[in-house]
Design a protein around this ligand. Structure first.
Ligand SMILES: Cc1ncc(COP(=O)(O)O)c(C=O)c1O
Length: 289
């Protein structure tokens, strides 16, 4: 994804991201000197009017979007929106870097389509990896770069000086033997159970005006705790060894300051319930005051 960004933009260029956006991506964009324009996105989808207006007026050099099981919200875009984004990319000739690392972690039986599916003219650079499905340490990803393929290959060569072929071959064999598919099915069944259990607990222990978004896939839960400064809450929790991320980390606007992201990748063990209980207790205290 970094290679894709560097293939189509330079320092000082404007990149559109959907907002809220994974803080790691915002950090990468800041490190490589890209300016960011945030396009609001909620559970009902991305604000395509704002996107089109930004494409017309803001000299957007590229967009960096996740359509499926976004981090931090767990939201996914509908197929009409995916198609509309692909069409806007062609219309305004702006590349879309599609970061699709969570697509395979669908808690439903079907894996959702990417924006790339609707890309008729090669403006979408579709990126993913096995970081979320197997292990981030493998550092293996892939990219379908459309009309930017040559640029991408040149940039990759300059960046990485080659690939870890033994690990790639081992992974290819793992996939070909069917072990990867079996693994994904197992992980997704577990994630679905985790999601149900975490959400049931949060609903039972948070005030009724708190909101917990139930995602159709991915590894995170997005909470809205109206009027709570979640950064202070997250700091307080971290002193007790409970690690959550405050909404403020995912946007330069103040729109997510009462939101919180929690990870639900771990089985709901008694240790996890102790942590969730601490979160709910402190959130309840702050919501009542
Ligand atoms: C949206 C998103 N993109 C990319 C990454 C990082 O992926 P990788 O380890 O493949 O670089 C993450 C990790 O959390 C992520 O949430």
């Amino acid at each position: 994804m970094l290679i894709a960004l560097e293939s189509v933009s330079q320092a000082g260029d404007v990149i559109a991201v959907s907002s809220p956006c994974y803080s790691g991506l915002l950090d990468i964009l800041a490190t490589i000197g890209r300016a960011v324009i945030e396009i609001p996105s909620t559970e009902t989808g991305m604000d395509l009017v704002q996107l089109e207006s930004a494409l017309i007026t803001q000299k957007v050099k590229a967009c960096l979007f996740t359509a499926n099981h976004q981090n931090p919200t767990g939201h996914s875009l509908g197929n009409e929106q995916k198609q509309a984004i692909a069409e806007l990319a062609s219309k305004y000739q702006v590349p879309i870097i599609e970061d699709d690392v969570f697509r395979e972690l669908s808690h439903q039986r079907t894996i959702p389509l990417p924006i790339k599916y609707y890309d008729l003219q090669g403006w979408v650079i579709w990126c993913s990896s096995v970081s979320k499905t197997l292990a981030p340490g493998l550092r293996i990803g892939w990219c379908v770069a459309g009309r930017f393929t040559d640029k991408f290959i040149r940039q990759r060569q300059a960046r990485t000086l080659g690939v870890n072929q033994p690990i790639q071959l081992a992974l290819a064999r793992y996939i070909a033997k069917g072990y990867y598919a079996t693994h994904i099915n197992k992980v997704n069944r577990a994630l679905r159970t985790n999601s149900d259990q975490y959400i049931a607990f949060l609903h039972a222990h948070l005030p009724t005006h708190a909101d917990v978004y139930a995602p159709s896939g991915g590894l995170v839960l997005w909470l809205t705790l109206p009027a709570v400064d979640t950064q202070t809450l997250a700091d307080e929790l971290s002193e007790k060894g409970v690690y959550v991320k405050a909404g403020a980390q995912f946007s330069s606007t103040r729109l997510c300051n009462d939101c919180l992201r929690i990870n639900m990748g771990n089985l709901a063990s008694s240790a996890i319930y102790v942590q969730l209980k601490q979160l709910c207790k402190l959130a309840r205290k702050r919501m009542n005051t």
